[in-house]
Design a binder for this molecule. Structure first.
Ligand SMILES: Cc1cc2nc3c(=O)[nH]c(=O)nc-3n(C[C@H](O)[C@H](O)[C@H](O)COP(=O)(O)OP(=O)(O)OC[C@H]3O[C@@H](n4cnc5c(N)ncnc54)[C@H](O)[C@@H]3O)c2cc1C
Length: 411
């Protein structure tokens, strides 16, 4: 028996845990709830860390998922700067970094993800930054104040968003990436060319189909990025956005079953292999009802909806996670994109509706005759259609003209 007891223990101070706490209280849960997170801040939203928080337009309090006072007002015990060190899933106890022990009725493990680090020569020079937490954004903002040349490593949404934000702040940004076109891994080359074009119009430069060989500096600080083949880019600062890996350190030690994608394996209801222990968010590898397979999705809204799903189950509902995944990204205030669905194994065909020239289009991504995901810029109504088609698994074999036509009637 631990020093203390919680009916529900939420492990991890991100939005998955916070959304679960909010949904529990909104659903009338009257038991005790403890939320333990190792960061100094109450649960906050990470998306602003590469956008308006990084630029300084938005402050810390605006980024909080709920105001700091919400937790005390709703009788949720919030432990910040506290790590859950060890979990015994049979005894339902945990050891915390403040040396206390706590026993729990049910637990949600939502420990998120960690940035993937690039292991090349010079990777420990000053001026190299990774971005996951608000405090990383604080450090980057301070560090680039006197920088003129910033190199972004990685052509996915973090690299592109940071390039947009810092360019809008007056920095000269160059994105270095393995892929030929920015954002093409997630959205294909034709949409990627559109987004890269928007960034280039505002002055962002791109070097594609290359990798970083090393970082060089004359003293402690980075001065150059050296690419394969020897090309050199001047760099007063570097921000790396080269992916994230699920944080399963606690889960692995607790012997929760892990999946082939590296996350904690869960069923449709987000139950792990241990009775009374649930998982949610970036580290959760869940059985998706839309894919008939296990997937792991690092999207803000997925983490929130996972938290809500776990809360519904703790409140006695038998609810599967069925929300069609939603993602958005902003390139400064130049362009916003939204997508629904998820394509873990890619797609067979892309059908474009609208026009890239006008900056208002939807790309429908088909696998076989079914819609698997859709991307939209400036056509939000298409995303509602996409959700409907994905949920209904509609056969779109005869619907290519309707998909391509701006006001085509979809089956
Ligand atoms: C810079 C950035 C920009 C993003 N922008 C977008 C966007 O525009 N759109 C979008 O859809 N998604 C975006 N995302 C992704 C989105 O923010 C994540 O999917 C979401 O934060 C996942 O939430 P989570 O609660 O699962 O995990 P996290 O937010 O990672 O939270 C997990 C927390 O648990 C803590 N923790 C880990 N282990 C322990 C332990 N043993 N004990 C206690 N605490 C522990 C971690 O320190 C962390 O604070 C962005 C992410 C980043 C980093």
């Amino acid at each position: 028996m631990g020093d203390r007891q919680a009916d529900v223990l939420l492990v991890g101070g991100g939005v998955a845990s916070a959304a679960c706490a909010v949904a529990l209280r909104e659903g009338g849960f009257e038991g005790s709830v403890v939320l333990a997170g190792r960061e100094p801040d109450p649960p906050y939203e990470r998306p602003p860390a590469s956008k308006s928080y990084l630029s300084g337009a938005q402050g810390r309090d605006d980024a909080l998922y709920r105001p700091e006072s919400w937790y005390a007002d709703n009788d949720v015990e919030l432990l910040t700067r506290v790590s859950v060190m060890k979990m015994d899933t049979a005894a339902h106890t945990v050891k915390l970094s403040d040396r206390s022990e706590l026993s729990f009725g049910s637990a949600l493990v939502a420990t998120g993800a960690n940035v993937r680090r690039l292991n090349v020569d010079g990777a420990d020079l000053e001026g190299l930054h990774y971005l996951r937490a608000l405090r990383n954004a604080d450090t980057i903002r301070g560090d680039v104040e006197h920088a003129s040349e910033v190199v972004l490593i990685g052509g996915s949404y973090i690299g592109c968003e940071v390039a947009a934000t810092l360019t809008a702040m007056g920095k000269r940004c160059t994105v270095v990436m393995q892929e030929p076109v920015a954002l093409s891994r997630g959205f294909g080359e034709q949409a990627g060319r559109f987004f890269q074009g928007v960034l280039e119009e505002h002055g962002v430069r791109f070097v594609g189909e290359t990798t970083v060989e090393r970082f060089e500096g004359s003293g402690e600080r980075v001065e150059k990025v050296v690419l394969e083949g020897g090309r050199e880019l001047a760099a007063d600062a570097v921000v790396l956005g080269v992916g994230a890996t699920p944080d399963v350190m606690l889960a692995r030690a607790a012997k929760l079953e892990l999946g082939p994608l590296g996350g904690v394996l869960c069923d449709e209801r987000l139950r792990t292999s241990a009775a009374g222990v649930w998982a949610a968010g970036d580290m959760c590898e869940f059985r998706s009802v839309h894919h008939d397979a296990h997937v792991r999705i690092e999207h803000f809204e997925v983490a929130v909806e996972h938290g809500r799903t776990v809360a519904a189950n703790l409140l006695g509902e038998e609810r599967a996670y069925e929300v069609v995944p939603y993602f958005w990204s902003d390139l400064a205030d130049w362009c916003s994109l939204e997508s629904v669905g998820f394509a873990p194994d890619g797609w067979d065909e892309e059908v474009v509706r609208g026009s890239f020239e006008d900056g208002a289009f939807t790309v429908w991504y088909l696998r076989g005759d079914r819609l698997i995901t859709a991307l939209s810029v400036g056509r939000p109504g298409d995303l509602d259609e996409a959700r409907r088609l994905i949920v209904a698994r509609t056969d779109l074999s005869g619907a290519h003209d309707a998909l391509a036509s701006p006001d085509g009637k979809l089956p």
